[in-house]
Design a protein around this ligand. Structure first.
Ligand code: AP5
Length: 212
């Protein structure tokens, strides 16, 4: 199955994509994680992306389309995959249609994570991530067992550069200006499944599974 997790920053796309990936074996293709991987590795692409990401702006369409094009050719994607944070513009959505068509693949579902902006600020300012294994925590709703240490691999947890209140506001603005139009785009194709993302992690997961 090929699905898209579409929603504003902090709506829980990454959390749910990881859980679904663990349950079903479909890899999570997160353009945000791929870009952060490039930043960590100090690649040219990472250097260019960093200043845009730190400002809460989108990286160019051609860069992320190229990354997805390459990634979906990998053998672990042959039974399906979960697109987390891609597409984010109409240009990216059109490019995805073309890529899938070329490979004779079909997009099955687009899960729209619906949640008011007010809830997202506290979710994002409290988020802590493991740089080593990408596990995610929240200082209030999902704290690690030991302060600032990853439960899974024991590495130190960090706060993402773009999780300051100022950059979060910018990211939300960018979402409403450039990405939310995709809800209508995929509604017109009859692919949208709306998810109430204000509910607990477990209930959101149950609701997604019921729609698969
Ligand atoms: P990206 O990494 O994709 O970030 P994002 O879309 O802004 O989304 P987040 O990862 O911040 O949030 P999420 O919805 O995954 O929530 P999460 O599960 O972590 O993109 C970062 C940047 O990269 C962009 O700004 C852009 O510059 C660039 N980029 C990436 N893709 C691009 C593209 N396609 N085109 C151009 N540029 C691109 O949860 C958040 C917190 O809430 C966590 O602490 C979690 O524990 C908690 N939480 C989750 N679910 C719940 C729940 N149900 N109840 C309570 N707490 C919860």
């Amino acid at each position: 199955m090929i699905s898209i997790f579409l929603g504003p920053p902090g709506s829980g796309k990454g959390t749910q994509a990881k859980r679904l990936s663990n349950l079903k074996g479909w890899p999570q293709l997160s353009t945000g994680d791929m870009l952060r991987g490039n930043i960590q590795a100090g690649t040219k692409l990472g250097l260019e992306a960093k200043s845009l990401m730190d400002q809460g702006l989108l990286v160019s369409d051609s860069v992320v389309i190229g990354m997805i094009d390459e990634r979906i050719n990998a053998s672990d994607c042959s039974n399906g995959f979960i697109l987390d944070g891609f597409p984010r513009t109409i240009i990216q959505a059109d490019a995805l249609n073309e890529l899938l068509e070329l490979k004779n693949l079909k997009l099955n579902r687009v899960f729209e994570f619906s949640i008011p902006d007010e809830v997202l600020i506290s979710r994002l300012t409290g988020r802590r991530t493991c740089l080593k294994c990408s596990s995610m925590f929240h200082i209030v709703s999902a704290p690690p067992k030991i302060f600032n240490i990853c439960d899974k691999c024991g590495s130190e947890l960090v706060q993402r550069q773009d999780d300051s209140e100022e950059v979060i506001s910018k990211r939300l603005k960018v979402y409403h200006q450039q990405t939310s139009a995709l809800v209508q785009y995929y509604s017109d194709k009859n692919l949208i499944k709306k998810i109430d993302a204000t509910l607990s992690v477990e209930v959101v997961e149950k609701n997604i599974l019921a729609l698969i």
